[in-house]
Design a protein around this ligand. Sequence first.
Ligand SMILES: Cc1cc2nc3c(=O)[nH]c(=O)nc-3n(C[C@H](O)[C@H](O)[C@H](O)COP(=O)(O)O)c2cc1C
Length: 236
Amino acid sequence: MRRTLLIGLMLLSGMIFSGCGNQESQTTENVSSSSEETTTSSESDTEATGKTLIAYFTWADNTYVENPEDVDVDATTSASVLPPGNVGLIASWLQEETGADLFSIQVEEKYSSDYDECLDRASEESAQDARPALATHVENMEQYDTIYLGYPNWWYATPMAILSFIDEYDFEGKQIVLFCSHGTGGLAGSVDAITEELPKNCSISGNVLGVYRPEVADSKDEVLAWLTEIQAELND
Ligand SMILES: Cc1cc2nc3c(=O)[nH]c(=O)nc-3n(C[C@H](O)[C@H](O)[C@H](O)COP(=O)(O)O)c2cc1C
């Protein structure tokens, strides 16, 4: 009900997710990611502890662009359809710095690369509280103690695929660190939506990275500064 109201409000205001700055923001841009059926760079197939996974959803890995050369990368509505995508770029910096395994969350049925069509489907999925089927799967989630979970703000929350991902695995007792890229809406209800979906005995860091879309490309220093804070928190 609350989601429906929010969506209604947004439609009324005619707000589109671009425009001026946001105080919560930091920034990012792109890198490539695997689109294989099963994705994870884990070297171990046995249970272990202390490992870190960086799992992320980005539109670019969840759409198909027939003619990438025709995409206007400067247009706010289309920039995200080419890999690595905003969240994908942030994830790649975190991976470089930590050496953690990287995992791209991908739906079975890709989204349109047309912004309005993608918005419409995302809105429907949100209204229906859908859990889109995933095409990529983590082979051995038990080995990871810490999960960095990255996502774009979609309709004031997260792509519903993030909730599909959470539902697929046992996150009990794990340490969760969230990072997000967004338009003018900031983190909005995303942290609450994810927190509600996770088991109660997860530890979710309150230090959530939010990077405003147009600032992503130049945000590496801020992202790494945030990572330093997180690592200090995790080592406490
Ligand atoms: C379907 C859809 C819904 C979105 N909804 C919001 C929103 O509610 N609030 C907001 O601030 N940005 C919204 N955005 C903008 C994205 O959060 C932003 O462009 C982000 O940087 C995309 O990251 P990505 O390139 O990794 O997908 C939306 C984008 C899409 C495609």
